[in-house]
Design a protein around this ligand. Structure first.
Ligand code: PMP
Length: 361
């Protein structure tokens, strides 16, 4: 007899997700720099819209997300009919794997890529394929070499989490043009807004039928707690994903807050400018204290230590100072700590604490 509790193949290969610490025991004013959140929070306009939505709690939300898709389309110059909205970009990644990758199919991503690619691939019964990087940066030739007739999806976060690195439009275009014909290239643009002038791949999608992009309101929009993301791609893919999207996957509060947020691009511009300034400052401050990092294009820095023991000791030291950063051993980077760019005071505190840690050794 089959065991009724036994799930589909692949599910038990998924490790339970362990988020970074959110608190330090006994410390009430800990500074959390572990989840790449925007220290400035969301636009006031988004908060107001969220509060107004309380009057509609008894109503089911719109199922077609037309107003939010329209707003995203206007702001980004995209066709709203080619946009889909979901519970964070996580849900869009999940839809892609569910719809396009099944048993015997392969889902390709980079060595230090975002954890959800592997989770969603396994949940769909597909085989995750991790490809080595070069200097913590996606390597297009290695990705192409890893693709087979079974490859259905190739995920690249650009900028990548947790490395902060990105590859240029020429490399992305080369990848899209050289993939096996049954594969879709997914450009994960969770951090795209942090790169001045970068469209996340939207223009390329306008020209190619095998490229898709995911985006989020969790990062520069400061709405991680609200859980909203979106995808943009060929109409044929959007139509497929909408078949498996729950009709009420987003609440009215989510939809209306996100719409107000995307219409406040001044807030986005201010947050980007502050992030760029403080990221440069923090990278330099850490380098001066003997902690190198790669050039980051996102809202965090991947600080490199001598080895796992030093990274772990520094993490413990920072926690003792009420500073929460992120261990990234689960991403294959045990000797690194990922540090979100906080506000100026937080950046100064973390730089100072790392200096103390280095000095006491
Ligand atoms: N992609 C990348 C690269 C990320 O780092 C994250 C969040 N950590 C996501 C996607 C998912 O973000 P969300 O589900 O909040 O939109």
């Amino acid at each position: 007899m089959t065991d009724p509790i036994r799930p589909q193949p692949g599910i038990l290969d998924i490790a339970l997700y362990e988020g970074g610490a959110a608190h330090v025991a006994g410390v009430t004013d800990a500074i959390k720099l572990s989840s790449n959140e925007n220290p400035f929070g969301p636009s006031d306009r988004a908060k107001d819209a969220f509060q107004r939505a309380v009057h509609k709690l008894h109503r089911y939300p719109n199922t077609d997300h037309a107003a939010l898709r329209q707003a995203i389309g206007e702001v980004h110059g995209l066709d709203p009919a080619r946009i889909i909205c979901g519970v964070g970009s996580d849900e869009i990644i999940h839809f892609l794997c569910q719809a396009y990758a099944g048993p015997r199919d392969e889902v390709v991503f980079t060595e230090h890529g975002f954890l959800m690619y592997r989770i969603s691939a396994l949940a769909a019964g597909a085989t995750p394929v991790s490809v080595r990087e070069r200097e913590r940066t996606a390597d297009v030739d290695a990705i192409l070499a890893a693709c087979t007739r079974r490859t259905k999806l190739v995920f690249i976060a650009n900028p990548n989490n947790p490395t902060g690195t990105m590859i240029g439009p020429g490399e992305i275009e080369r990848l899209a043009a050289s993939l096996p014909k049954q594969a879709i290239l997914v450009l994960d643009g969770a951090y795209a807004e942090y790169v001045e002038g970068y469209d996340g791949g939207a223009e390329l999608i306008g020209r190619r039928a095998n490229v898709f992009m995911t985006r989020t309101f969790s990062k520069i929009y400061g709405l991680g707690g609200l859980r909203i993301g979106w995808g943009y791609g060929p109409k044929a893919i959007i139509d497929v994903l909408n078949r498996i999207r729950g009709p009420f996957n987003l609440s009215t509060a989510q939809l209306e807050a996100a719409e107000a947020a995307v219409r406040d691009q001044d807030h986005v511009d201010r947050c980007r400018a502050e992030n760029t300034r403080l990221r440069a400052w923090l990278a330099e401050a850490l380098a001066e204290r003997g902690v190198p990092s790669d050039t980051s294009t996102a809202n965090f820095i991947l600080a490199r230590f001598a080895d796992e023991a030093e990274a772990s000791a520094c993490d413990a030291f920072l926690q003792g100072q009420g500073l929460i950063v992120r261990r990234v051993a689960g991403y294959g980077l045990p000797h690194c700590l990922r540090i979100t760019i906080g506000d100026e005071a937080s950046c100064r505190r973390v730089a100072h604490a790392i200096g103390q840690f280095k000095g006491q050794k």
